[in-house]
Design a protein around this ligand. Structure first.
Ligand SMILES: C[S@@+](CC[C@H](N)C(=O)[O-])C[C@H]1O[C@@H](n2cnc3c(N)ncnc32)[C@H](O)[C@@H]1O
Length: 454
């Protein structure tokens, strides 16, 4: 285990010491963690969490006013989670381009479980085998990037336990790809246990990416298929770009980021997670996302707009009061920027293609209101429900609501849809993951918009 567990040495030592302090191994549901061991685990988990940070009073006050109105009783429990960083959970997204057998065993032995259905090897192979060479969307790609190769796809080193027998069986299969994609694997834990961050080591791919598991939902909603041309409009630091490449093998993934420092970070992320054989499919661009819709109108199959937003988690813990005040002032301008980015994204997608808009704020002004405003300009675009596809199947892990539209007149106050309940059937602009005790993931809003075929 030690030999293949590629971590920066000091981090690995700390982690292994921590690991060896549990003589009784818990089951995946944590059911063997009892009494003393459980208390001990909790203490150690807290030690691994971030130190307690003080909230910025101005931001907290602002949130209290806005969110108690928008979320009602739900805000009190969401507030409690956001104010308690040691309670936050962390997801571990595996990198299918590295060897993950050992890391998976460690995760399982420590009570992590897979949030998404387990890999079905034959389906995975079926999907990857149909990549690019069968794609109907080949023409025009060289106009985008001189580095984009016309070569057929190489074997990109998918999960290591694929057998040639499974491969030949999969080639004969004609089953359609299934969602969620089986190659995207994320492990989560019911407790706020944080895995050590893998260090950047030149020449070696990282085995996993730590993230708020709710960040994967926009990628699931995007439904990327092999051979798609995909635009990640606001890409740095690249977590969702990495998740896209775990989900499928697009013909092109354009990762756009105008901020030079964040673009460097993005490039490092891509280098750390993707094998050289895949890099010809992935390009980094530096445009203002608001103009891409004009310059590349109708080019993409899928566009992700993971918009710059009020990041509620980090804003609440703004390091000084002036920073917090500045952020609140900036907040007023965000819906306009977000609206322009979403408009640009819809212009950049082909008829029949989809745009996923996401933020990590609870603010309805940056979420449903943006979608609603943009839809007025695009009669050929419509919102697709994510309730049955994402909210319900994953309600075991995420506290999800379907926030009502901003400008809908409600003659009578209607009860808020219960979290994770099937009864939320009214008009939906998207779904909202609200952090709750025990399900601390989020905030994350996502909306999927499809451009109708002409
Ligand atoms: C929420 S972050 C994206 C996170 C990223 N998708 C991920 O998963 O790692 C939003 C990003 O949008 C970028 N951004 C800001 N203004 C932009 C614009 N006009 N066009 C495109 N991106 C922009 C920011 O620099 C920031 O990196």
């Amino acid at each position: 285990m030690r030999r293949n567990f590629c971590l920066e040495p000091r981090t690995a030592r700390t982690f292994l010491r921590w690991l060896s302090s549990f003589p009784c191994r818990p089951g995946p549901d944590g059911s063997l963690w009892k009494n003393k061991q459980q208390r001990s685990l909790k203490n150690k988990i807290r030690n691994t969490g971030k130190s307690r940070r003080l909230p910025c009073p101005a931001v907290l006050n602002h949130f209290d006013q806005q969110y108690s109105e928008e979320l009602g009783d739900l805000w009190a429990s969401a507030r409690a989670v956001l104010l308690d960083p040691p309670s936050w959970q962390y997801g571990v997204m595996l990198n299918r381009f590295s060897s993950v057998t050992d890391i998976t065993q460690i995760l399982l032995s420590q009570g992590f479980s897979s949030m998404l259905p387990q890999t079905d090897v034959s389906e995975l192979l079926h999907n990857s085998d149909s990549a690019v060479s069968n794609s109907p969307h080949q023409e025009g790609k060289d106009t985008l990037s001189p580095h984009f190769s016309k070569r057929p796809p190489e074997d990109v080193g998918l999960l290591p336990y694929i057998t040639s027998h499974a491969f030949s069986q999969a080639r004969q299969s004609e089953r359609p790809p299934r969602f969620p994609p089986s190659s995207l694997q994320c492990y989560i834990h019911p407790h706020p246990l944080r895995f050590p961050s893998p260090a950047h080591r030149p020449g070696q791919l990282k085995q996993y990416y730590l993230l708020n598991a709710a960040s994967l939902l926009p990628v699931l909603a995007l439904q990327v298929r092999d051979g798609d041309k995909v635009l990640d409009l606001c890409s740095a630091p690249g977590g969702k770009a990495v998740a896209i490449m775990q989900s499928a093998t697009p013909a092109l993934l354009c990762c756009n980021e105008p901020d030079p420092h964040r673009r460097d970070w993005l490039a490092k992320t891509l280098e750390s997670f993707l094998p050289p054989s895949l890099r010809s499919r992935v390009m980094v661009s530096a445009q203002d996302g608001r103009v891409i819709g004009q310059s590349e109108a109708g080019f993409y199959d899928k566009v992700l707009v993971d918009a710059p937003c009020s990041n509620d988690r980090s804003w609440l813990h703004s390091s000084d009061i002036h920073r917090g005040q500045q952020r609140l002032e900036d907040r007023a301008g965000l819906p306009e920027l977000q609206t322009q980015l979403l408009r640009s994204a819809i212009s950049a997608v082909r008829p029949g293609g989809v745009v996923v808009y996401s933020t990590c704020t609870l603010s309805s002004l940056e979420n449903g209101a943006v979608v609603e405003a943009v839809l007025k300009d695009f009669p050929d675009a419509e919102v697709e429900s994510l309730w049955g596809e994402i909210a319900l199947p994953l309600s075991e892990y995420f506290a999800v609501i379907s926030p009502p539209g901003q400008k809908q007149a409600e003659p009578e106050p209607s009860p808020r849809p219960p979290i994770g309940s099937a009864s939320a059937s009214h008009h939906q602009l998207g779904i909202l993951v609200v952090p709750q005790p025990g399900k601390t993931w989020g905030p994350m809003f996502l909306s999927r918009i499809r451009k109708k075929k002409g």
